[in-house]
Structures are given as structure tokens and as C-alpha cells.
Design a protein around this ligand. Structure first.
Ligand code: C2E
Ligand code: MG
Ligand code: MG
Ligand code: MG
Length: 278
């Protein structure tokens, strides 16, 4: 490619940046509108006990269908929702919707197990987050032990001291705590021990290459051993193949989430699956 002179380069970049800024602004205003219109959906992806092939729980994953009927992936709008703090009202909607869904399923005599709900650090850092959780549990009649919150390892490590206290209060309510994307966040093991954690969720980037990728295989084995030592549950996400499942099972990780079993699905489909499982 020809080299631009200084001026052209400058122009090129500003145009590019302007376009990006507009796109972002449009996304932000659509997001605001979508929160008002409640045009979000919660999808659910089952988590399986690989030994008995039974559903032990599921993860709630947000979906946004924009005005054109197109799905905007959460990796694209969650960061913007965080930058604009819109994640706070959106996160409350996710929590309430998840709780209400669990109450409905249990009321129907189904066995959805635990619902894992992803949290953003901004939600966790709100001073009234725990009291909000408490009143939402009361309002929806959701039992705390039907829920697990997922926080990523890197988020936890941003403000570990403050986060420990909040997580302790959440744990005291009876809600489970799971560390998402585990293995990617460089947390020190001494810290890990001080968090009231119930579950380590092995990041899918490690699952990808196994069993051939020796490095990833070794990391997975180390995480499983760590979970055993600290008396934590361990689950693998992003499991797509039988080989991956076999490797995990042989190494002591029996809880599996991934396309191998099912993709995230809307609640009516999930309900069908739960009925079949009875
Ligand atoms: P995450 O919490 O680590 O969620 C796992 C992601 O992996 C999901 O992507 C899921 O659909 C995908 N996945 C599951 N099984 C497989 C598999 O076998 N293969 C592959 N390739 N992918 C698999 P999704 O739904 O696009 O969500 C992406 C991320 O967006 C999530 O990562 C989470 O960080 C965030 N997110 C999603 N829903 C919420 C939410 O309700 N609240 C918050 N705060 N963040 C959310
Ligand atoms: Mg997650
Ligand atoms: Mg994850
Ligand atoms: Mg992720």
C-alpha cells in the first residue's frame, strides 16, 4: 500500500474515528431505548453433569434483538453498557428476569438446578447492591440457593479488598459465587483463598485446543487440582467435542457447559428440555 503523507494519514484516521464515534453513539442511544422498551431476552445454556448426563444448572446469557431484528452480540454492547453505566438498570432487569424464571420453573415442578447470572463489577460496586439483591429475592420469592453469580477473575482483581466484602455478604445470603473465565486473570493464589468462592469456571480458551495442546491440557489439570485443594466445584465452559469432554472427565471435571450439549436458547425451548428431563 502507498504511504500517505502526513496530512492524508491524519485525515484518514479522523474519518475513521468519527465513524467509530458515531457508531458508538448510535449504539448507546439504541441501548438506552432498548432498556426502556425491554427489548432484551434472556437465553439459557444448560450445564451438565457429564457422568449422568443430567442438567445441573444453566447460565443466563443476555440477547439483544435490535429494531431490524438482528442480534447484537453481548461482547459488543456489554462494554458500552458498562462505559455508560447502563449496565446497572440492565443488570437489574437480568437479575429480576432470571429470578422470576427460576420461580416459575420450580413452581411447575421442573428441576432447573442453579441459575448462573453474569454480573458486572459496576453492579457489584454499587453501595446498595446487596440490599437490592435481598429485596429482589423477597419480591420474586426466589430462593438464594437457586442462584449463582458469575464474576470474571479479572474483574475481581480490580478492587480485591472491596470485592471480598461484597461477595461475603452475597455468599451469606446463600447465593453461590462462581469465578468466570478462570485462568485468564492472573489472580494470585493467596487472594483466591480469601474470596468466598464456590466454583471455578475454566475459560473456554483453554478448552479449545485439548487434548492436543499440551500447554492448555496442563493448565486445565492445574485448575482442577487447585479446585480440589481449595474444596471448590469446577466447571468447564465452551466444550464442543466428545474428545474435550472425555479429557475433562478423565481429569476430574464432571460439570460441562458448551455446544456439545446445547447452545444458549430462549426460555420456552429450555422449558421443553427441562420437561423431557423429568
Ligand atoms: P461468558 O459469561 O464467559 O459466557 C460464555 C460465552 O460462551 C457465551 O457467549 C456463550 O454463548 C458462549 N459459549 C457457550 N458454549 C460455547 C461453545 O461450546 N463454544 C463457543 N465457541 N462458545 C460457547 P455470549 O452469550 O455471546 O456472551 C459473551 C459474554 O458476554 C459472556 O461471556 C459475558 O462476559 C457477557 N455476557 C453475556 N450475558 C451477560 C449478562 O447477562 N450480563 C453480563 N454482565 N454479561 C453478560
Ligand atoms: Mg459467564
Ligand atoms: Mg466465561
Ligand atoms: Mg467471556
Amino acid at each position: 500500500k502507498a504511504k500517505y503523507d502526513g496530512r492524508n494519514t491524519y485525515k484518514f484516521y479522523t474519518e475513521d474515528m468519527t465513524e467509530k464515534a458515531f457508531e458508538r453513539l448510535a449504539l448507546e442511544s439504541n441501548l438506552r431505548q432498548a432498556i426502556q422498551d425491554e427489548s432484551f431476552m434472556l437465553y439459557f445454556q444448560p450445564q451438565i453433569d457429564g457422568e449422568r448426563d443430567r442438567i445441573i444448572g444453566m447460565e443466563a446469557l443476555i440477547r439483544w434483538k435490535d429494531k431490524n431484528g438482528e442480534f447484537i452480540p453481548p461482547d459488543k454492547f456489554i462494554p458500552i453498557a458498562e462505559e455508560t453505566r447502563l449496565i446497572v438498570p440492565l443488570g437489574e432487569w437480568i437479575l429480576r428476569t432470571g429470578m422470576q424464571q427460576m420461580v416459575q420453573w420450580y413452581a411447575k415442578g421442573l428441576n432447573p438446578g442453579k441459575l448462573a447470572i453474569n454480573l458486572s463489577m459496576l453492579q457489584l460496586q454499587k453501595h446498595d447492591f446487596v440490599s437490592m439483591l435481598k429485596s429482589m429475592l423477597k419480591e420474586t420469592k426466589c430462593q438464594p440457593n437457586w442462584l449463582e453469580i458469575e464474576v470474571t477473575e479479572s474483574q475481581i482483581m480490580q478492587k480485591p479488598e472491596q470485592t471480598i466484602l461484597t461477595l461475603q455478604m452475597i455468599s451469606k445470603l446463600g447465593i453461590g459465587i462462581s469465578v468466570d473465565d478462570f485462568g485468564t486473570g492472573y489472580s494470585s493464589l493467596s487472594y483466591l483463598n480469601r474470596f468466598p468462592i464456590d466454583t471455578l469456571k475454566i475459560d473456554q480458551s483453554f478448552i479449545n485446543g485439548i487434548p492436543d495442546n499440551m500447554e492448555n491440557a496442563a493448565i486445565i489439570q492445574a485448575v482442577i487440582a487447585l479446585a480440589k485443594t481449595l474444596n471448590l466445584d469446577v466447571i468447564a465452559e465452551g466444550v464442543e467435542t466428545e474428545e474435550q469432554k472425555t479429557f475433562l472427565m478423565n481429569n476430574g471435571c464432571h460439570s460441562i457447559q458448551g455446544y456439545l450439549y446445547a447452545r444458549p436458547m430462549p426460555s420456552d425451548k429450555m422449558e421443553k428440555l427441562l420437561k423431557e428431563a423429568l
